[in-house]
Design a protein around this ligand. Structure first.
Ligand code: NAD
Length: 318
């Protein structure tokens, strides 16, 4: 008998990749982590630093450097290699560079015999996830973009602050593009079961006049608020990514808004976009189709249209 070791590979050991590995190690999420980077010294530096944490943690997660040939029996590969946007660029402006980078990763990974799940973090994440899906030839449930998972935690923080509750008691999704066109279906937002629209009506003395569009704008801008102060962002996405990995490895059936292939859901096809998705050991097991108002659905379609435009610009792999 052989008990299977749970293995996660992190490709791209920069700020997002190393923070993701740190999050996995400190939470003891898997048995082994393989660190891969074009800059091998950087990967080794991160491995050595991560190993120094073990003495003070509950689990001895094994961390080592690796090559793509070692990926054949890996459960999950997280792709964080990329070029973060420079000042004045949007995430969409980094598409060409990111696409070139991921091709150099996905081809050798697939040649290793890999048949696990890709989690794409590199931006623009929805389009790159679609590209990885096409390049890899894996079934759609095995390619997931982190999508609007991070935006959703930002959104929940803002709502929670407004009504003074724990963000984890807020049920709200940011959907569509992980980027400027993301939208929030406000009619579906609840705080522990009570509709947010009713909360606003019933608590005018506490919340005053609430500008929902402004909350969406704040959510969209939050990445730039962080970027303008520290040059980049990584703890939020790394922790969201670890949450997605946990949902998969522990077969949780947890619903997280990630970027997944739409095949008729919400009236959209052949595009990756952020939608609430059931995650378990099979990866993106199913999409939750929440009921939106016509106006909300229009906003969702507008966001998806932008993703489709960029997705179609990408070369289909040979
Ligand atoms: P970084 O510059 O700190 O790290 C990138 C790493 O990728 C570097 O270590 C680099 O050596 C490596 N790399 C580059 N080309 C490679 C290749 N061909 N093969 C293997 N490794 C390669 O950048 P970062 O801050 O960690 O950001 C990484 C990516 O994550 C960017 O695309 C960024 O926009 C994205 N990001 C996404 C989200 C999200 O919510 N989806 C949030 C934050 C950052």
């Amino acid at each position: 008998m052989k008990i299977k070791t749970s293995k996660v590979a992190v490709v791209g050991c920069g700020l997002v990749g190393s923070s993701t590995a740190f999050s996995l190690v400190t939470q003891g999420v898997c048995d082994e982590i393989l660190m891969i980077d074009i800059n091998e010294e950087r990967a080794l530096g991160e491995v050595l630093d991560l190993r120094d944490t073990i003495k003070y943690l509950d689990r001895n997660v094994k961390v080592r450097t690796a090559s793509y040939a070692d990926c054949s029996d890996v459960d999950i590969i997280v792709i964080t290699a990329g070029a973060p946007p420079q000042k004045g660029q949007t995430r969409l402006d980094t598409l060409e560079v990111s696409a070139k980078i991921v091709k150099t990763i996905v081809d050798p990974v697939m040649a290793s015999g890999f048949d696990g799940i890709f989690i794409v973090v590199s931006n623009p994440v929805d389009i790159i996830a679609h590209y990885v899906y096409k390049l890899s030839g894996l079934p759609k449930n095995q390619v997931i973009g982190t999508g609007s998972s991070l935006d959703t935690s930002r959104l929940q923080n803002f709502i929670a602050e407004l009504v003074n509750v724990d963000p984890r008691s807020v049920y709200a999704y940011s959907m569509g593009e992980h980027g400027d066109s993301q939208m929030v279906p406000w009619s579906t937002v609840t705080v522990a079961g009570k509709s947010f629209n009713d909360i606003i009506q019933d608590n005018k003395d506490l919340v005053g006049e609430v500008d929902l569009d402004e909350i969406v704008k704040k959510t969209t801008r939050e990445g730039w608020e962080i970027y303008n102060r520290k040059g980049t962002t990584y703890y939020g996405i790394a922790t969201a990514c670890a949450g997605i990995i946990k949902a998969i490895l522990y077969d949780e059936n947890r619903i997280i808004p990630v970027s997944t292939l739409l095949e008729g859901e919400y009236g959209e096809t052949d595009v990756f976009a952020g939608v609430p998705t059931i995650l378990n050991r099979t990866g993106a097991a199913d999409i939750l189709e929440i009921h939106m108002t016509d106006e909300e659905l229009d906003k969702f379609h507008q966001s998806v249209e932008i993703l489709r435009e960029y997705t179609e610009k990408m070369h289909t792999p040979d």
